[in-house]
Design a protein around this ligand. Structure first.
Ligand code: ASP
Length: 324
């Protein structure tokens, strides 16, 4: 395995890759103004992470800086603007993994933490655990002074309408209406980031409100290390987005790293094989962003689109939404 941390890494080979969710993007939902706003937010997230990496900062810090901006934006399904569950409330999941130490932290089913990715970092750095959920997770946030917000802060008009539409569709589906079945409404907008820093260290993070209309207590792949997030300096850093149940059952992010480690396949082949064949054949819709220890990047998705962006040492953000 071509593991090349620290020494072979140069000051010009750092890279940050982000996603803002995979899914079908109905034309009526993505007006040119909304597309512009989404891309501007992706740019801002890329630039925030880049400024840290350019100064020799750590990949984990760049990942968190980028994700915080996406969580604070009402556009994406993470932090403010998270999708609503079947009860009409928000419940968020997030995780972070450091490829140098393989330490990881995650939180699930949190309802008031402004930046769940910061809580994931606290779990990693300040506890002997990997995943804390619900009230206990929020208690840790409080103990360390992370900003907590009232439930209303996270809820947007757009997400209320989306929940109504999805619940109507669900009722029509149950009543056997064929048209309802053909119309594929999906929750999009989960956010994630992966980075390689100047020291050759990889990191990955993911943050989400989960799936729209999810059952109370449902936890997806995003806070589960190996399923929604994975990083190891020997292989790659990966963050996933899509139908979480499938990512959990296929352990998508670890599968990519394991193929690289055990079979010696390149990042592109490993991600293509997992996302475009294995996950797709199983009926799982979604995509991943990934970077390897040499700075190679892969962003395959088996949906119509995936909000995504890349920034390298030259500091010029690149973003895309549909297939290009
Ligand atoms: N993977 C997320 C979940 O299932 C949702 C998404 O990425 O859109 O919770």
């Amino acid at each position: 395995m071509a593991a090349s941390p620290s020494r072979s890494q140069s000051a010009t080979n750092f890279v940050l890759v982000i996603h803002g969710g995979a899914g079908v993007l109905p034309k009526e939902d993505l007006t040119p103004e909304k597309e512009k706003a989404a891309r501007a937010t992706l740019d801002a997230a890329l630039l925030a992470g880049h400024s840290l990496l350019a100064r020799g900062g750590r990949s984990g810090d760049a990942v968190i800086a980028a994700i915080r901006i996406l969580e604070d934006s009402p556009i994406f399904n993470a932090g403010k603007g998270s999708v609503l569950n079947a009860e009409g409330t928000v419940s968020m999941d997030a995780s972070i993994m450091d490829g140098a130490t393989t330490k990881a932290g995650a939180c699930a089913d949190v309802k008031h933490v402004k930046n769940p990715i910061e809580l994931a970092r606290l779990v990693m750095d300040k506890t002997p655990h990997v995943l804390l959920a619900g009230d206990g997770a929020e208690k840790l946030a409080k103990e360390h002074g992370l900003p907590l917000m009232p439930a209303d802060y996270f809820i947007t008009e757009h997400r209320k309408l989306q929940l109504q539409r999805v619940q109507q569709l669900e009722r029509a589906r149950k009543a056997g209406e064929k048209k309802a079945q053909a119309h594929g409404l999906e929750s999009i907008g989960t956010v994630g980031a992966v980075a390689l820093d100047q020291h050759g260290n990889l990191a990955a993070g993911t943050s989400t409100g989960g799936m729209v209309n999810k059952r109370f207590g449902r936890i997806g792949d995003s806070p589960v290390i190996g399923a929604g997030t994975y990083a190891h300096n020997l292989t790659c850093a990966v963050s996933g987005t899509g139908h979480g149940e499938f990512f959990l059952r296929s352990v998508v992010c670890y599968d990519i790293a394991a193929r690289m480690e055990y079979q010696g396949v390149a990042l592109t082949n490993a991600t293509e094989e997992v996302v475009m064949r294995k996950l797709k054949d199983a009926g799982g819709r979604g995509g991943v962003i990934a970077v390897d220890a040499k700075g190679n990047v892969a962003m395959p998705f088996n949906t119509e689109g995936m909000y995504r962006g890349v920034i390298r040492a030259n500091g010029k953000p690149w973003t895309a939404i549909r297939r290009e």
